[in-house]
Ligand binder design. Sequence first.
Ligand SMILES: Cc1cc2nc3c(=O)[nH]c(=O)nc-3n(C[C@H](O)[C@H](O)[C@H](O)COP(=O)(O)O)c2cc1C
Length: 179
Amino acid sequence: MTRQAEHETPRKPFLYVVVCAAGVAGDVSKLITAAQERNWEVGVIATPLATNGFFDPAAVEAQTGRPIRSAWRAPGDPRPFPAPDAVVVAPATFNTVNKWAAGIADTLALGTLCEAAGLGVPVAVLPCVADALAAHPAYRHSLARLRGMGVRFGDPYAGEADEDGGRPEFGWERALDLL
Ligand SMILES: Cc1cc2nc3c(=O)[nH]c(=O)nc-3n(C[C@H](O)[C@H](O)[C@H](O)COP(=O)(O)O)c2cc1C
């Protein structure tokens, strides 16, 4: 937390919302609204694939009042977001969970996640991973490794249609409850 002069209004805590390329990402505005209602200021970091039609970037930028970050800044550029007070990954894909657990930092989203636990800030994850993928042993190892680092996970969500053809609610607020 940055030190503030007595006359300054205390800034709101800053939440990074990391968005991956899963179908439910189209509803990420629900998470942003819920976070803002809980007094978080929100900045969105998307994986490069997630910016490729998985959600409406203009709507998210209007909602947060900040550009979505997806690429690394140039060396001389200032950091566009303040340091995080907490990080949420929602939805978290099979791909991103495995790469994160393996320490791969080849996108801004992954680099941010790899650093987050070391910063000592709370990190909450809502995976959206089909049961067939979740059965892969690498995924089970990834979850165990990240849990061992203190990362908090919501219950599994496969995103698959039920018997009536509807999908269960993703339950975005679960991420905030985990922080
Ligand atoms: C329409 C669509 C929906 C997808 N939904 C999911 C999903 O729910 N979970 C998942 O792990 N991958 C899903 N994928 C696959 C991921 O987009 C893919 O693994 C990608 O490499 C993930 O990249 P990222 O982790 O960098 O965001 C979906 C792909 C498409 C085209």
